[in-house]
Design a protein around this ligand. Structure first.
Ligand SMILES: [Zn+2]
Length: 475
């Protein structure tokens, strides 16, 4: 039976391609303006459904919950032969959802029914691999140490590889400053520049520029256009476009949108504004990303970042609106500690519960083994942190309690205690340090402040983390 059609007004630009819409009447009536978080005036002209329109307005002013299992990508719909019937989902579809489907003559209600049925019949599975641009599939979960300036201090790329570390994270802002985008681009990307064959994630540089701007730039340093700050006496405007284009020039496997960090001390009004700007920039980043990767044979993953600080309703809103824009994964942005100083699991759970199963969940900057372990158990996949390498350079080595344990303790090399200790740092570690050198020798190297001590300790800690992640794949 042919379906009578309703066309939401914002979809008209796509109607001439693969869809035939007729008799549109009801969709516009159901749209309500939600006060609070919304895009800038220029976004009202966008072809994309404005972020602050929703079909049903919930208690908090935003649409009701959509659980992780209740969302589906449009490209999954195309392949299904399931009849058209069902219940309306709680959120409006985006134009790109429509664009990906080949349907003719349908009503809005029928279309959303299709979606809902597909959701029920084809629950999405979680990602199992992180796939690089060259096609290498890295099993999840993964931990990527921070190689901020395209180097893990004291190691070269062969050292990193030998620790079985599958990937690293580099910082866009620092690399944009030195050696500069053009230098890295001339080598064909960051991997070739540093002779690294593993995976690379680039972060947006947002955290660094925000810190600089808020410290040096004064009150109006962060606007909807971007971040204004001074470095080396030069005025710089860092925008979503600069961030995305820089990361694309680096040819990394995952790039991160520019976001407005919610200060943990923010009140509700300030936190709302950071979420509003985060969503505005996220949408800009997505458009720039799509426009600049059209001809790429394989595109990097694009990660949205959830802000909102300690405010549960803002975390929820930010998560859902980012999902509406559409990303490959979402990151836990902002400060992941609560006011009591312990890890903020509540925010992590809100993000997870409101994110489709097919998305990567990324604990940005989260690196304590116990925090990683608890997040992996609740389906988080990717982590990065400076912790293992920084700890290694400060005499702190991680030692597993036994071969199979996730528990660990710290080993502090101490010449006075370990002067005659011929044992390795850990009997349960196969790293270069533990296989070849004694506790006594490492303590000696630290005591005389020899750089080799830092290198060997860093190698050990990275091997501890790569083994931790391997164990967590089977938890
Ligand atoms: Zn070791």
């Amino acid at each position: 039976m042919p379906l009578r059609g309703v066309e939401p007004p914002h979809l008209s630009a796509y109607a001439s391609e693969t869809y035939v819409y007729t008799n549109f009447t009801t969709a516009a009536k159901n749209l309500e303006r939600v006060e609070g978080i919304g895009p800038s005036p220029r976004d009202w002209k966008s072809l994309v459904l404005p972020l602050n329109y929703t079909r049903i307005v919930g208690d908090t002013g935003f649409e009701p919950a959509t659980s992780r299992s209740q969302t589906v990508r449009a490209n999954q719909l195309r392949q299904s032969p399931v009849p058209l019937a069902g219940i309306e989902p709680t959120r409006l579809l985006r134009p790109q959802d429509f664009k990906s489907c080949v349907y003719t003559n349908f009503t809005t209600a029928a279309l959303v029914s299709i979606l809902y049925n597909q959701i029920l019949l084809f629950p999405m599975t979680q990602p199992k691999f992180f796939e690089t641009l060259s096609g290498e599939k890295i099993p999840l979960p993964v931990f990527f140490p921070d190689a901020t300036r395209a180097v893990l201090k004291t190691l070269d790329s062969t050292d990193i590889k030998n620790t079985q570390t599958p990937g690293i994270l580099v910082n866009s802002f620092h690399l944009l400053s030195n050696p500069g985008k053009d230098v890295i681009k001339s080598f064909g990307g960051i991997k070739k520049y540093m002779n690294w064959n593993g995976a690379v994630i680039s972060d947006s540089g947002g955290f660094q520029v925000m810190s600089l701007a808020k410290t040096l730039g004064g009150k109006n340093s962060v606007t909807d256009i971007g971040v204004n700050f001074k470095t080396d006496g030069k005025k710089i405007l860092f925008t979503p476009e600069i961030s995305i284009k820089t990361q694309l020039a680096f040819k990394t496997d995952m790039i991160v949108v520019l976001d407005d960090f919610t200060d943990p001390k923010s009140n509700l009004t300030e936190a709302k504004d950071s979420v509003r700007r985060t969503l505005l920039w996220a949408e800009n980043c997505k458009k720039i990303f799509e426009a600049n990767t059209k001809s790429w044979p394989k595109r990097p993953y694009l990660l949205g970042v959830v802000q909102g600080g300690r405010f549960a309703s803002l975390r929820k809103t930010c998560t859902r609106e980012l999902v509406n824009i559409g990303f490959d994964g979402l990151g836990y942005g902002g400060w992941p500690m609560n006011l009591k100083g312990s890890f903020d699991h509540k925010s992590a759970d809100i993000i997870r519960q409101n994110t489709p199963d097919s998305y990567f969940l990324y604990g940005l900057g989260i690196g304590k083994p116990q925090d990683i372990t608890s997040l992996v158990k609740s389906s988080w996949h990717i982590f990065d942190c400076v912790l293992p390498t920084r700890d290694a350079r400060h005499n702190r080595l991680y030692v597993r309690k036994n071969a199979s344990s996730l528990d660990y303790s710290y080993y502090i090399p101490d010449k006075s205690i370990h002067f005659l200790d011929k044992n390795p740092i850990s009997r349960f570690c196969d790293c270069h340090l533990c296989q070849n050198y004694s506790r006594s020798y490492l303590a000696h190297l630290f005591r005389i402040k020899e750089m080799t001590a830092l290198r060997l300790a860093t190698i050990h800690n990275l091997r501890f983390y790569s083994e931790l992640m391997r164990k967590l794949r089977h938890v």
